[in-house]
Design a protein around this ligand. Structure first.
Ligand code: NAD
Length: 261
């Protein structure tokens, strides 16, 4: 399928799943606007590499997803620099784990802002542009934790359930506007966000990451396998295709059977 002529804005695309999604969209022909944190030279290498490898236009906007005004400006800047925002992938996210009674207020505020409110602000800014063109795809990266809970993840689970909720609302509102809104709910994907959790667990148990990995994955997933950023990218490209034109308001699991249990 070809996304030639479409512009995709992918938040949190300097690493992990977001980078995999940006590469998959570029491979399908879309121009991409990258976003996220990291060393400037590494980001520039990634941006230029996408342009060279896929023959598309790639830009970068360093907006902080915890800041609503920066999110609105990023959407406007993307439309100005690249011509439109046809595909919005709300992917940026962070994690912090602690019991509810010990959960630091500032971590709660930060996770709610980046993992949940940013999705609302991004959709709010992009929807008028998509409606005006009569075509759009919004893909919100939620999680298995948007559908079920785990202990020590109160802010993350709350935020991801919120993302699934707002995906349904926007999907209904835009049902006849040519714009679909869906949530992807991954299980475990081996990215820096999960590597840290694996490392913390190995330290806690006096073990190694290698020894802990199988137990870590199978504690939640019947399938003893990580999903990959490339696979999440593949599902994203599918959701942009004509075959997916009537899929909307849906949380789509890609989780090795996690929420089937
Ligand atoms: P990651 O840490 O590899 O990447 C996170 C990205 O978000 C980075 O590009 C980072 O710079 C960016 N980011 C963080 N804070 C930001 C901010 N304030 N403003 C702008 N960008 C910011 O993590 P990942 O695993 O690739 O996670 C991506 C998304 O996938 C997250 O929403 C996460 O919750 C979700 N997810 C991950 C998994 C998993 O197993 N890794 C599973 C389900 C869902």
């Amino acid at each position: 399928m070809s996304l030639k002529g479409k512009v995709a804005l992918v938040t949190g695309s300097t690493s992990g799943i977001g980078l995999g999604i940006a590469q998959a969209l570029a491979a399908a022909g879309a121009d991409v606007m990258l976003n996220g944190f990291g060393p400037a030279d590494a980001i520039e290498t990634e941006r230029a590499g996408i342009e060279a490898k896929y023959g598309v236009k790639a830009g970068y906007d360093g907006a902080d997803m915890s800041k609503p005004d920066q999110i609105a400006a990023m959407v406007a800047n993307t439309a100005k620099a690249m011509g439109s925002v046809d595909i919005l992938v709300n992917n940026a996210g962070i994690q912090f784990t602690a019991d509810v009674e010990d959960f630091p207020n500032e971590k709660w505020d930060q996770i709610i802002a980046i993992n949940m409110s940013a999705v609302f602000h991004g959709m709010k800014a992009a929807i008028p542009l998509m409606k005006a063109k009569g075509w759009g795809r919004i893909i919100n990266i939620a999680s298995a934790h948007g559908l079920v809970a785990s202990a020590q993840k109160v802010a993350y689970v709350t935020a991801k359930h919120g993302v699934v909720g707002m995906t349904k609302v926007a999907g209904i509102e835009l049902a006849n506007a040519g714009v679909t809104v869906n949530a992807i709910c991954p299980g475990w994907v081996l990215t820096p966000l999960v590597e840290k959790q694996l490392q913390d667990r190995a330290t806690r148990d006096g073990s190694t990451v290698e020894k802990e990995t199988h137990a870590f994955v199978t504690e939640k997933q019947p399938m003893a396998k990580f999903s990959t950023p490339e696979q999440i990218g593949g599902l994203t490209v599918f959701l942009c295709s004509d075959a997916a034109a009537t899929i909307t308001g849906a949380p789509l699991s890609i989780d090795g059977g996690w929420v089937a249990q």
